[in-house]
Design a protein around this ligand. Structure first.
Ligand SMILES: [Mn+2]
Length: 427
């Protein structure tokens, strides 16, 4: 049984795009659609049995009709080709008010053949039971964790009683453990099983790999330890949310594929694509995943992101900068240039000439001159604002100001609420 796993499609990202002649969207949205087409073509040609999408179909919670049509057009191709599709809700797919439909719900409403939607509504109707996808090669069990919304997961009274973010995260951890444990109890060991989760895992190394999801979500995500996912009950974990794909060190193969296109320069540090795995259904549980459980990364075509860093030596640095730019192939590329100068060089530097040398790039994300600065820090040197979430930074700042514990907890809770309710930010 052949299964593809992808996540964080984010149709609607326009960052670094240019208008496209004859199309109502930019070159960047076209890039994202091209990658999705690549996956769909692959699934159809290779006669893949199932495609697991681990959440975040769009950039915005309320995608445009055009974006929805382009997503649906491609899901339809999979459906018509007899590929079982599982669509999990991520944070970008959920509305910000109760009772509003989420971005993937229409597929259940229309009862599209072979398409399954993994969301809170399924649990409300069926209880915590996995979905069973009927594929050409037999059934596939998919347990799942949709993006955890604090307001849905926790009772109001529990939320009110919690006095710190640590306590709230503990409660979320317990709620997710229960959700997964109940589904795990339904798993038939004779049938392949996957856990799909759109989640921010906590633990060593995980936060550093966020990539653009960190700014795209605009707020702090509840962090969940790996132990809450009860992975021993399943054969593969199909994760979504973090934008620099990697394997999580776990008892079963457990992967964040990351998006199929880099959203920004942070994402571009890792290869982009989708994962291809095969279950040998004749084997027992634990031995079914071939290749020692390491899925193949199928790289999707991507627009190059090029960073040019230059430290010119000449007192007049312009020619050196132009020569450095000429040494890079910038065809179709999104490019940024960082020129490190001293103050005398800066006075000589002709920026407009350097810009002209970049004219053939797809988009120039920026030309930055960087001068030596005296470091100025309000946070102690051991606290790196870039490496922690807004909530953690606020917490540090409140502690430094010796804010009384009770007031600090109230401020943090209010900040968390504000961040959760805000729309995802970004370009
Ligand atoms: Mn997400």
């Amino acid at each position: 049984m052949r299964v593809l796993h992808f996540a964080d499609l984010h149709i609607g990202v326009e960052l670094y795009g240019r208008p496209l002649a004859g199309k109502p969207w930019s070159s960047r949205m076209q890039d994202f659609l091209d990658a999705f087409d690549y996956l769909v073509d692959y699934a159809v040609e290779e006669r893949v049995d199932a495609v697991i999408f681990a959440g975040d179909a769009y950039k915005a919670r309320e995608p445009s009709q055009t974006q929805q049509r382009e997503f649906a057009r491609r899901i339809r191709r999979l459906s018509e080709a007899g590929v079982a599709v599982f669509l999990l809700t991520g944070n970008h797919d959920l509305p910000n008010a109760e009772a509003r439909a989420h971005a993937l719900e229409i597929f259940r409403t229309l009862d599209v053949p072979n398409v399954h939607v993994g969301d809170e509504a399924w649990f409300q109707r069926e209880g915590f039971v996995p979905q069973v996808l009927e594929t050409r090669s037999g059934p596939l069990q998919v347990a799942f964790v949709p993006w955890p919304r604090t307001s849905r997961l926790l009772a109001k009274s529990d939320l009110a009683a919690a006095s710190s973010i640590d306590q709230i995260e503990k409660l979320i951890e317990v709620a997710i453990s229960e959700m997964v444990e109940a589904q795990a109890a339904c798993i038939d060991p004779g049938i392949p099983s996957i856990l799909a989760a759109h989640i921010q895992l906590s633990g060593r190394g995980v936060a550093m790999k966020d990539g653009s999801e960190r700014w795209m979500q605009g707020h702090n995500a509840p962090r969940v330890p790996l132990s809450a996912l009860r992975l021993g009950a399943f054969e593969y974990a199909a994760l979504g949310h973090i934008h620099n794909g990697f394997q999580v060190d776990a008892e079963i193969p457990c992967w964040y594929p990351g998006p199929m296109n880099a959203v920004d320069f942070l994402d571009a540090q890792t290869p982009k694509g989708f994962l291809d795995l095969t279950f040998d259904t004749s084997k027992p549980k634990g031995a079914r995943l071939n290749g020692s459980g390491i899925p193949r990364l199928i790289e999707t075509p991507n627009r190059p992101f090029v960073t040019i860093r230059i430290r010119p030596r000449d007192p007049d640095p312009t020619d050196e900068v132009i020569a450095a730019i000429a040494g890079h192939d910038l065809t179709d590329a999104i490019v940024r240039v960082e020129v490190h100068l001293d103050r005398d060089q800066d006075a000589q530097f002709r920026l407009s000439e350097a810009r002209k040398a970049l004219a053939h790039a797809h988009v120039v994300a920026g030309v930055r001159t960087i001068l030596p600065v005296e470091s100025r820090s309000r946070l102690p040197p051991n606290v790196q604002p870039d490496a922690s979430s807004p909530i953690e930074t606020l917490d540090t700042w409140l502690r430094l100001r010796e804010t009384p514990d009770e007031r600090r907890a109230r401020l943090l809770a209010a900040a968390r609420e504000l961040l959760e309710e805000s729309e995802p930010v970004g370009a």
